[in-house]
Design a protein around this ligand. Structure first.
Ligand SMILES: Cc1cc2nc3c(=O)[nH]c(=O)nc-3n(C[C@H](O)[C@H](O)[C@H](O)COP(=O)(O)O)c2cc1C
Length: 431
């Protein structure tokens, strides 16, 4: 009996830390990229499939200063690496698709086929882009849909054979095979064609993050990989079924989109140490600040300041998700948590992980948790954080990753030249 080889679990790590940015601001001799360069090289030496740069368009939002621009960060990292994929998070809400096509197209050129775009619609930053409010989710997602359609058309605007070798080390252009896209839509008018040659990957790998109903629709339509925060196995199963069945309805390949999950793990060398670390983390919780942070997880429209800590939140206080203008997907997660009977105290502790998958265990136990989702078919790509911290780095590189490789879940080397090949994605549809 032959068995079908399953695509190994692909691995990603984050490169959007801002520690160097603070340090360099007070020490002009220091590079703002020093530690992410180190992480990028370490990730590649350990055969991670990709580096991931998240984004935050606002100062002070979510308690952070913001983020350096992801495309610039990953393009800098492209010159100190040669195999690892480069995923940049960039919003469609405040960018023009012609610029995005050129930016990601150029990243694909300079990295020899390692570019990926994590398309988001953003939930903050409106104060920096004009006097208006944040556009509502329906408008953000409508604009995202049109943006991606335009961008894909631009990537496909060079017909095959438009460039051929001239036999002397150069190339000959047949401009008649490079065609305008003549797009005139609700948000954009773009004649095209794209003004750079075809990309090594034809299109950068398309990631998408945002898991409200409209986010799932966008992901089902276009994403090759969706970046998710799915705290429980049940959440992962429900979400995967929903997005893949919609993707099939839209005529996409059965296995798309691949599911990428965050993994906010607490690592310990023994079960006793894991219990101690979890307890210490809970004990360090500032419950007064936590009430505000949790209210934010619910979209910011509810007041939790007077509620007793050891009771669940009364159902009538929970927001109607349709009234939320920012991250609806996260409101769905916390509403489900609240309805499962968790107390306010437990919800405040859970809010520290902002709805991400956050198991605790020894490397072997964490490998079991990953294997469970991988075997259930709801996990294709995992984002393993913590490489900047020496202790977690040791757990990840010398504990968890070797264990996942020993079990045959994670591969041992790059399998192709481009990121698309390394992810073992099904072929792109014909233009
Ligand atoms: C796992 C995950 C990661 C995300 N990362 C980012 C990010 O780095 N930058 C950003 O602007 N938005 C990010 N988004 C947010 C969404 O694009 C966004 O805020 C959107 O407006 C609403 O998301 P929703 O569909 O989940 O409600 C992320 C969303 C998810 C689910």
């Amino acid at each position: 009996m032959g068995s079908v080889r399953r695509r190994p679990l692909k691995t990603v790590t984050g490169v959007s830390g801002s520690a160097d940015v603070y340090a360099a601001a007070v020490d002009p001799g220091r590079s703002t990229l020093a530690s992410v360069v180190e992480i990028a090289k370490l990730a590649e030496a350990n055969k991670f499939d990709a580096l991931f740069a998240a984004d935050l368009l606002s100062f002070g939002a979510q308690g952070a200063i913001g983020a350096q621009e992801p495309l610039i960060v990953v393009s800098a990292l492209s010159s100190v690496t040669s195999h690892v994929g480069l995923i940049a998070t960039v919003t469609t809400t405040y960018h023009h698709p012609f610029n995005l096509a050129r930016l990601f197209g150029t990243l694909d050129h300079v990295s020899n086929g390692r570019a990926a775009w994590n398309a988001v619609t953003s939930s903050v930053g409106e104060e920096n882009y004009g006097a208006g409010d944040l556009p509502g989710p329906e408008e953000r997602y409508a604009r995202a849909t049109e943006s991606i359609e335009v961008i894909n058309a631009l990537f496909d605007s060079w017909g095959s054979g438009a460039l051929t070798p001239d036999g002397r080390g150069g190339a000959v252009l047949d401009a008649s095979l490079v065609r305008p896209i003549d797009h005139a839509g609700e948000y954009f008018t773009v004649r095209g064609p794209l003004n750079i040659p075809p990309l090594p990957q034809r299109r950068p790998v398309q990631f998408q993050a945002g898991q409200s109903a409209a986010g799932i629709e966008l992901g089902a339509r276009f994403a090759e990989v969706v970046f998710t925060s799915l705290p429980t196995l049940e959440d992962a199963v429900t979400y995967t079924k929903q997005i893949r069945s919609r993707a099939v309805e839209l005529g996409r390949a059965q296995e798309l989109p691949l599911i990428m999950s965050s993994f906010h793990a607490t690592y310990g060398a023994s079960e006793a140490e894991v219990r101690r670390l979890v307890r210490e983390r809970e004990e360090a919780t500032d419950f007064e600040a936590g009430r505000l942070a949790l209210a934010d997880m619910f979209g910011g429209g509810i007041d939790l300041t007077e509620l007793p800590l050891d009771r669940p939140i009364p159902d009538h206080l929970l927001p109607d998700v349709q009234s939320v203008q920012r991250r609806r997907g996260r409101v769905d997660i916390f509403t489900a948590f609240a309805r499962s009977g968790k107390t306010l105290r437990e919800l405040i502790i859970a809010a520290k992980d902002t709805g991400h998958w956050a198991p605790a265990g020894t490397p072997d136990q964490l490998a079991d948790a990953i294997a469970e989702r991988y075997d259930a078919g709801v996990l294709d790509v995992i984002s393993l954080g913590g490489l900047a911290d020496p202790r977690t780095r040791d757990f990840v590189l010398n504990g968890l990753l070797p264990e996942l490789r020993r079990r045959g879940i994670v591969g041992t080397d790059y399998v192709g030249a481009t990121f698309r090949e390394n992810l073992e994605l099904p072929p792109l549809p014909e233009p």
